[in-house]
Design a protein around this ligand. Structure first.
Ligand SMILES: [Zn+2]
Length: 436
């Protein structure tokens, strides 16, 4: 077996074959939701569309979008395309509003998810020789299960530690000889910090040589730093509850964009305001996904809220023919509008990490106390600094940010381990205290 591919045939299909599969599957999906899902039946009819109107992939743009709000307002079972007794599993994300976004799986879905996840993990170099530790939680959150299903299919030795209990995680890595891990980006930070507290040098004392990181955007500077600290290769895996979870694609060893498994997902990038497909090459916009093989809950043109861009359709040197997208730079809703400048907190991270004395832990707060938007960036230093060093660093970082964004935030360099840590789930890096 070729260890670089999970399914060499599927992953290296000629582009025209992929398009043919996509069209056939798109037509099947539209037919299924038209027949079985009242929500889509109503939407398609309102647009005067019948499944037979889909005769080429260019008809995709005529189909209606599905938003997160649509999924929520159809909670719990409004978007189910199969009888409930065929469902074998549910996952959901709760979001900030409290109304869940569910995803249901039939056995066919479990098989598809395992397949795309196995392809992704294999692209990251995971084989059956690996001891694979899963640090995202195995529960309603999709993170743990997505990795579990892929690694199970590959036949790796799975260590399903789930989230939290960080000291024990590090001990287990040493005791069982973990070689690969999956984690949320901020949790990799936490693991690093706790390992150091325990006197463990990850590069020297642990055998973890590969991390598959998802669920939070991270900067290239973060990747470079963590790769060095652990002497490992770091892969970026996109995914969300609505597309199963981690596994819809991954960056290959060349780390140049994320391959999306196009026989399972049909992707577009649209202007988040107008919903029109972006026209310029590499123009950023919102990722829109139509699921081509989901059984229980297929989605047409799902507005993911993730910001990215399409690579041109050229081939990647790794041999995979599936189209690449840029690494997710943030969420449409997380975009910070500050004094007329739009940006994502992850851009700030990349600027912070250019300063070797600053750590990966930071919080960005925006307030409007004085009537004008003010930004306060608190970032931890890597060691205790004297007041002069601290001021020097604060000024340097202010300058770096000003050069990029043309505004100067208040920068506070704080002592190591003084900002709040997250053991389970995603870190809260941005706090908006503005009065609207
Ligand atoms: Zn590639």
């Amino acid at each position: 077996m070729d260890q670089r591919f999970w399914d060499r045939h599927a992953e290296t299909l000629p582009k025209e074959d992929i398009r043919e599969i996509q069209l056939r599957r798109l037509r099947e999906v539209v037919e299924r939701v038209y027949t079985n899902v009242g929500f889509y039946n109503t939407k398609l009819k309102a647009l005067g569309l019948h499944p037979s109107d889909v005769s080429s992939l260019s008809d995709l743009v005529r189909l209606p979008f599905t938003t997160k709000a649509d999924i929520r307002s159809n909670y719990p079972f409004g978007l189910l395309a199969t009888p409930k007794n065929q469902v074998v599993e549910v996952h959901m994300s709760s979001g900030t509003t409290g109304v869940p976004t569910p995803n249901y799986l039939t056995l066919k879905d479990v098989e598809n998810w395992s397949e795309v996840s196995a392809r992704s993990l294999t692209a990251a170099g995971v084989t059956r020789e690996d001891v694979f530790q899963i640090t995202p939680s195995l529960g309603l959150f999709t993170g743990g299960f997505g990795f579990f299903y892929g690694a199970r299919k590959i036949g790796a030795f799975i260590v399903p530690t789930g989230a939290g209990n960080t000291k024990r995680q590090v001990e287990i890595m040493r005791e069982l000889g973990t070689t690969s891990i999956s984690a949320i980006a901020s949790y990799l930070n936490r693991l690093t910090e706790v390992a150091h507290e325990m006197g463990v040098d990850p590069a020297r004392d642990l055998g973890v040589r590969r991390a598959i990181i998802g669920s939070e955007p991270f900067s290239e500077e973060f990747r470079a730093r963590m790769s060095k600290t652990w002497a490992m290769d770091i892969y970026d895996i996109p995914g969300m509850t609505e597309t199963y979870g981690p596994g819809m694609g991954i960056d290959c060893y060349l780390h140049d964009g994320l391959h999306i498994w196009e026989d399972h997902y049909l992707i577009e990038v649209v202007d988040p305001k107008t919903g029109e497909p972006v026209t310029k090459s590499e123009e950023r916009g919102e990722l829109v996904v139509t699921t081509l093989t989901k059984d229980a809950m297929p989605l047409l043109r799902y507005r993911t809220g993730d910001v990215t861009y399409l690579y041109d359709d050229g081939e990647c040197e790794c041999g995979r023919t599936h189209r690449r997208i840029g690494r997710i730079s943030g969420r449409v809703d997380d975009m910070i509008k500050f004094r007329g400048v739009n940006f994502w907190p992850s851009y700030i991270e990349s600027l912070i990490l250019r300063h070797p004395d600053l750590s990966e832990e930071y919080v960005l707060e925006v307030t409007s106390q004085s009537g004008l938007d003010e930004m306060i960036l608190k970032v931890e230093s890597k060691r205790i600094l004297d007041p002069a060093e601290r001021r020097r660093l604060e000024n340097e970082l202010k300058e770096t940010i000003n050069k990029h964004f043309y505004f100067t935030p208040t920068v506070m360099v704080v002592d190591p381990k003084t900002l709040p840590r997250v053991e389970v789930g995603k870190a809260k890096r941005f706090v908006d205290k503005r009065v609207r």
